[in-house]
Design a protein around this ligand. Structure first.
Ligand SMILES: *Cc1c(COP(=O)(O)O)cnc(C)c1O
Length: 498
């Protein structure tokens, strides 16, 4: 399998080369040259597999430069009950009404129309947030940690990962890379601005290769610092600076697996179709659903659910993709979806345009760069987004989230987090008779406890292993937002060049 850049760069690459690289040299994103097709017989064979074995089967269609026994071992080491809390890794649970009489008149009381819909189509939550940091990013990042360690050892190289986080990505990266050989993490975050739980999760790590850098500023300052360091090519080369952001193909590929796992749990045979509703920000998660669907997984619709930062909903409704200025980005109660542009979106547009990289360059490298938007509303391809690729969308507000959290608790006895609430709210608008709807649960409620308290009046349950983490000693350095200071710190603490 070879990988191509969305912007048409002539060099095709193998998996392990793009694993350690971010963008393609022409600024595009990597995609496989073709999507491997999965036959009915293969689906049947995969149906009974354990998650790690399913991951191996899917990954081996995309990776031809890691020997099969090694890849199998990497999958087996990554997707364990010990790391993900359950044998199913991404367990499906059906949202079923509590017995009549219980809690009648409490909460929202339920929406009548949906009561009917729930009878014609089962509604499920797929739990993607039982990993070490309680958000779905662990599913890909844990694999990435093992892949990095493997490939760096094979090449005799080292890597220093530099990132900026406002929460979920940074902790997922740190828990994936902690204790790994040949790789260190330097994670900047805005000082004092993450929730107490998120700070405790990250700062309580004591591994020598994990470096928390709290920047006296906001998230944008952190991102600017990362960019400034990465733009210093001499420094970047000398200190082997890399990233683990969501445009990394390996992360996307790892996410394809749970769409298959969800499908197998919700269906009995391959003639059944299901829909997925995906709380979306950078379009990484739902793009993996698109890839699964392109491989032949029987997915009816992919529901793109956004919060008030509705860049993606606007596109799927109108055909206009309009990047927001950072001043126009809302700080919401589903903060991991607070984006001004969707960094993985270019991958889908590439497919939508029939993989015409020249046309794609015109949209992303010219129109978007010059005007801040592009408009496909008059392009015949835009109709394909829904008809051919199954995309629909919707948005949700803070009030919608609170109502959905209350309603889900009252009727189904299930507490969901704010991002999952966005997914469920929009899923309701797209339930069709006879097609199961799977809402991806992207985080556990404990990560966003303040909003749960606002909705329900009490704190969400906390997994036992996180009891009292706020009281643990913290390993973090506080720094002014100065590039020189950050560089000096990295130079002093980086992995020795192998
Ligand atoms: C990252 C994240 C999202 C958004 O996922 P994308 O791949 O960026 O679309 C949604 N929910 C949670 C909890 C997240 O951490």
């Amino acid at each position: 399998m070879l990988y191509v850049s969305t912007r048409g760069h002539a060099n095709k690459q193998h998996f392990c080369d793009i694993l350690l690289e971010g963008l393609a040299p022409d600024g595009g994103l990597y995609l496989p040259e073709t999507y491997p097709q999965v036959s009915d017989a293969t689906l049947t064979r995969w149906r009974g597999l354990a998650y790690a074995d399913l991951a191996f089967e899917i990954l081996s269609l995309y990776i031809d430069d890691i020997p099969a026994p090694d890849l199998r071992a990497l999958c087996a080491r990554t997707y364990t009950e010990e790391v993900f809390g359950t044998r199913a890794i991404t367990p499906l649970r059906r949202l079923a009404e509590k017995p009549a009489g219980a809690d009648v008149g409490k909460g929202q009381g339920g929406l009548k129309s949906e009561r009917v819909l729930a009878e014609v189509a089962p509604l499920y939550l797929q739990g993607l947030s039982n990993g070490p940091t309680l958000a779905f990013k662990d599913l890909a990042m844990q694999l990435l940690g093992n892949l990095f360690e493997y490939e760096l050892a094979r090449r005799g190289e080292t890597l220093n990962i530099l990132g900026a986080t406002s929460g979920d990505t940074g902790s997922a990266a740190e828990y994936a890379m902690r204790g790994k050989h040949g790789v260190s993490v330097f994670m900047t975050s805005p000082y004092g601005r993450m929730s107490a739980f998120q700070q405790a999760q990250m700062f309580s790590l004591t591994d020598a290769n994990i470096h928390n850098i709290a920047i006296e500023g906001v998230f944008d300052d952190c991102q600017d610092l990362v960019k400034a360091v990465s733009n210093d090519l001499a420094f970047k080369r000398k200190y082997k600076i890399g990233t683990v952001n969501s445009i990394n193909w390996a992360r996307l590929m790892a996410q394809v697996v749970y769409y298959f796992a969800g499908y197998f749990q919700a269906t009995r045979g391959n003639s059944e179709e299901v829909s997925f509703s995906v709380p979306s920000g950078n379009f990484g998660n739902v793009c993996a659903g698109h890839v699964a669907r392109m491989m032949g997984l029987p997915i009816k619709t992919l529901v793109v659910a956004t919060n008030e930062n509705d860049v993606l909903d606007e596109f799927f409704r109108t055909g206009v993709y309009r990047v927001r200025r950072s001043a126009d980005t809302h700080a919401t109660s589903s903060p991991s979806m607070d984006i001004s542009k969707a960094s993985n979106f270019e991958r889908f547009v590439f497919d939508l345009l029939g993989r015409d990289s020249e046309k794609l360059r015109g949209l992303f490298a010219r129109q978007l760069a010059e005007n801040g938007y592009f408009d496909l509303s008059a392009d015949p391809a835009f109709k394909d987004a829904a008809q051919r690729y199954g995309f629909v969308s919707g948005r949700s507000t803070h009030a919608n989230r609170l109502a959905t959290i209350r309603d889900t608790d009252a009727r189904f006895g299930t507490v969901i987090d704010t991002h999952t609430a966005d997914g469920l709210k929009v899923a309701r608008e797209h339930i069709r008779p006879g097609v199961s709807m799977i809402v991806l649960e992207t985080a556990l409620p404990i990560k966003f406890a303040e909003t749960i308290v606002e909705a329900l009046g009490h704190k969400p349950a906390r997994p036992a292993k996180f009891e009292g983490i706020e009281a643990l000693p913290k390993q973090v350095v506080v720094m002014a937002p100065e590039v020189g200071t950050v560089k000096a710190y990295i130079a002093r603490h980086c992995e020795p060049v192998a």
